[in-house]
Ligand binder design. Structure first.
Ligand SMILES: Cc1cc2nc3c(=O)[nH]c(=O)nc-3n(C[C@H](O)[C@H](O)[C@H](O)COP(=O)(O)OP(=O)(O)OC[C@H]3O[C@@H](n4cnc5c(N)ncnc54)[C@H](O)[C@@H]3O)c2cc1C
Length: 125
C-alpha cells in the first residue's frame, strides 16, 4: 500500500457526527480517512434535519445547506394539538444531503480524505 493510503484515524460513516469528528481531528493535524458506504449523499437523504437557528452559527454552516426556515412549531398528538409561532425566524430545515456533502468537503479542506461507496466490514490488528 502506498503512503498516500496510510492514515492515523479512519472514521466510519459520513453522517453529521462522523463528518464533524473527522473535521475536528483533521484540524488537529491527524491524517484522516472518512468512509461512507453510500456512493452519493442523496442515497440516504433520510433526515428532516430541522434545527434551531443557532446551529448555523455554532457549526459555521453556509446558507447553501439550508432548505427552508421555520418560525412555527406544531405538536400534534391524539388529543392535544398545540402550536407555538413567532414573528421572527427561529430555525432552519437543512437539506440533509447538502449538509453532509458540505461537511465531507470540509474534511478534505483540512487535508483529510473521503472515500464514498466504501463499507466497513471488519478490521485486523
Ligand atoms: C425520519 C427522520 C427525521 C429526522 N428529523 C430530524 C430533525 O428534524 N432534526 C434533527 O436534529 N434530527 C432529525 N433526525 C435525526 C438525525 O437525522 C440524526 O440524529 C443524525 O442523522 C445522526 O447523525 P449520525 O452522524 O450520528 O448518524 P447518521 O446520520 O445515521 O450517519 C451515519 C452514516 O454512516 C454510514 N454508515 C453506516 N454504517 C457504515 C459502514 N459499515 N461503513 C460505511 N459507512 C457506514 C451511513 O450510511 C450514514 O451515512 C431525524 C431522523 C430520521 C430518521
Amino acid at each position: 500500500m502506498n503512503s498516500e493510503n496510510h492514515f492515523n484515524i479512519v472514521v466510519i460513516g459520513a453522517g453529521p457526527a462522523g463528518c464533524q469528528c473527522a473535521i475536528s481531528l483533521a484540524k488537529l493535524g491527524y491524517k484522516i480517512l472518512l468512509v461512507e458506504q453510500h456512493e452519493i449523499f442523496q442515497k440516504n437523504d433520510f433526515s428532516s434535519a430541522a434545527t434551531p437557528l443557532e446551529t448555523l452559527d455554532k457549526f459555521d454552516l453556509p446558507e447553501t445547506v439550508v432548505g427552508s426556515y421555520w418560525q412555527k412549531i406544531s405538536i400534534v398528538t391524539t388529543n392535544v394539538h398545540q402550536t407555538w409561532a413567532s414573528p421572527k425566524i427561529l430555525g432552519a430545515v437543512l437539506n440533509f444531503a447538502k449538509l453532509r456533502a458540505f461537511l465531507a468537503g470540509e474534511v478534505e479542506t483540512y487535508g483529510g480524505r473521503v472515500w464514498m461507496g466504501c463499507r466497513y466490514t471488519r478490521h485486523f490488528q
